[in-house]
Design a protein around this ligand. Sequence first.
Ligand code: FEO
Length: 396
Amino acid sequence: MLKAVEIKPDVFWVGGIDWNERNFHGYTTERGSTYNAYLILDEQITLIDTCKRPFTDELIDRISDIVDPASIAYVVSNHVEMDHSGGLPALAAIAPDATIVTGEPKGVRGLCAHYGDGLNLMGVKTGDTLNIGKRTLTFVQTPMVHWPDSMVTYDEYDKILFSNDSFGQHYASSKRFDDEVGLPEVLVQAQKYYANIVMPYGKNVEAALKALAAYHFDMIAPAHGIIWRTHVPEILDCYRQWSSGEPEEYALVVYDSMWHTTEAMAVEITEAFMEMGIPARLLDLKVNHISDIMAEVLCARYIAVGSPTLNKTMMPTVAAFLCYMRGLAPAGRVGIPFGSYGWAPMGPNEVYQQLESCKFTLPEAPFTHQWVEDEEGLTRLHDEVIQFVSLFHAKA
Ligand code: FEO
């Protein structure tokens, strides 16, 4: 069995590596994930978070390799969601005298709702501290990053921020640290994670970053993925940028097509952006997963979405993408609805309505084309898209 990994003297990673996780609530996790838990050896032995239930035996084995789990005095539950609290009932059974520390009131309520009233809970709020020997842990509530109960734990002695979901990535690796994996690779997964899990809560992230500015740490130990010890400033900068909601001059052209007319329009729109000097990416929904596209949406100011008309509506792939994107609530975007039709432009009209409900800035009507594409129609589309985009690009 993989042994615990000492991340600082007397602080151990004891989590689980989920190599084969491929779908996390519809978000494709092509690199798997981890459920990180951390054991602190001090006068009062303390466990930070647990793991998803199927990994509980691993967690307990790793702890047992270092100490008797029955000797654990505190289990800090930074977040109720079951990928972090699934091991709590087993831990509570092995260490019946352990106190479970969680956010007050929503962590307390959430754990009771999931596991009953039998747990030995202690609620904490922002600024509350817990002395465990030579270390004092400080708790900072970070509501909606990712659930209302979420909090982080600061260990001043070790200069570690145990950040739970914040700064995490769904990334399984034989390595534990950012500098062992390489920043570009980790950032790809951190960006996808932020876009698909945290993006709707940018204001909460900004508030959390502001609260955390009062604490000095040189290591961020999240509950998913690798531990930040070398690139802490870089991931903090990324979170500042992503939470600002301010997109870049970057365009996405997302579409599905039946007989290639909408596809021809998508290519033409992409080339219009390229002609304007705006980096652009063409994304066919048949071969690009919506959770990968959201990682791009996080940074893109211009989002063109196209569908032909199928059964009096847009294509189901396009509907699924728009539904998912609306839930993740990117703000301040310019939308470009487009698509083709035979006898009624119901597909592109529905795309328009959906982008309107995303509160995107839109042209007066969708860009449409009847029947098959022709050179004249594509040239007109090209010019009209440049004319529309120029209204915003000129000011950027
Ligand atoms: Fe990783 Fe919100 O749980």
